[in-house]
Design a protein. Sequence first.
Length: 125
Amino acid sequence: MYATFAFIMSMLREVVKDLEDMIGDSKDGCRTVPIVWGVDPAKQLCKALVILAELLILIVQIKVWGPGWYWAVLYLLLFVQVPSAYAWVLLKRAHLPAHYHKVSSLVKLIMLTGILSMIFFKIIL
């Protein structure tokens, strides 16, 4: 699960960084997702990745709710799911490099808090 989460979030961050650096990348002749596909399809890909991450987290929350790991569920909700939803909203509104930079920074934070959730599972197990 953690590897899948890390992959999804890394892919999301890379595409968002490509959106942020699109002007410079196009001048350098780079063939990134936003340049090849366009901005709107790249943003749609990012939104789909956020939704996929949210579903993955929801599956984990459902699995750990049964044994009574309520603190883990609450942590994932507050520090991973809510910021992910906020990143989705920011991404939807983004149209300037500064906006994409903010989303990229938030995704970095979400990656950190998601990985730090291992502490709950190490302590509980």
